[in-house]
Design a protein around this ligand. Sequence first.
Ligand code: RIB
Length: 307
Amino acid sequence: MNKKIVVFGSYVTDLTVFAPQLPVPGQTILGKYFKSGPGGKGSNQAVAIHRTGTNVTFVTKLGKDALGDMARVFYENEKMSLEGVLCDDVYETGAALIIVDEQSAQNEIVVALGACGHFTEQDVEFAKKIISDADILLVQLETNLEATEAVVRYAKERGVLTILNPAPAKALKRDFLENIDILTPNETEASSLTGIYVDQADDESIRRAARELLSAGVGKVIITLGERGVYASDGNEELFYEPIKTGEVVDTTGAGDAFNGGFAAGIAQGLEFFQAIKYATVVSSLAVTRVGTAPAMPHKSEIIKYL
Ligand code: RIB
């Protein structure tokens, strides 16, 4: 039986325009087409986990509006539990404005968190009940930080494995980092957390940032490096992984979420740290071959083919 994962984090509606290039400040360009759909780092990661066939409960907050209703319908269609879905009376469901460059498949994103930026103390108590019988807690930074700090503190006290994907980057206190078993920044987030410029082409900059994060109190570090793949260190051993090619890359939005969801799922399925990273690499390599975020997450049957 798989272990139980709780994801605490954001649901927002993704409003995506695919364009021939990313605009520069002050420029208006014509996009090719528009797509809206379910997004938010927390939700994308929870969907990625669910589609691997792993037990996950997602704790999030929606508004009382049409976008919130769309989210509920999406989870019902996915056959995901709605047990952890809260509803805010005041704040609306969050939204993300995304531009995807069709040439490079890179993106630019601005997120307005809406309800997910307003978890109350009561919501945190609700989340703690769900976490109380979990094995793994996966969080990101698309929430009001004090709520995430509180659920992580609780999980750590109960011996639940804590994974933080520190996205989008924010300054974090040492006593929060000390409660993190596994930290998974991308290179930009690693730079912003450590003050060390992490350059994909410079192995030593990657290693230095990882050492800095380990000495700040986190248990293990995984730095995702885009096209370069992934670097991981458990404090003793370290490894660089190349990404695998599963098809043409069309949209990298949500690649980090696919990786984090895949990694947590791998751990829940009993894989050890470095094996779970390989598993996660397959999940993210498949996700970038499709358009969108949550809808692009691969199913177990597809993942197995590439393992
Ligand atoms: O990581 C990708 C996600 O970031 C998008 O789905 C968007 O909603 C933003 O939160």
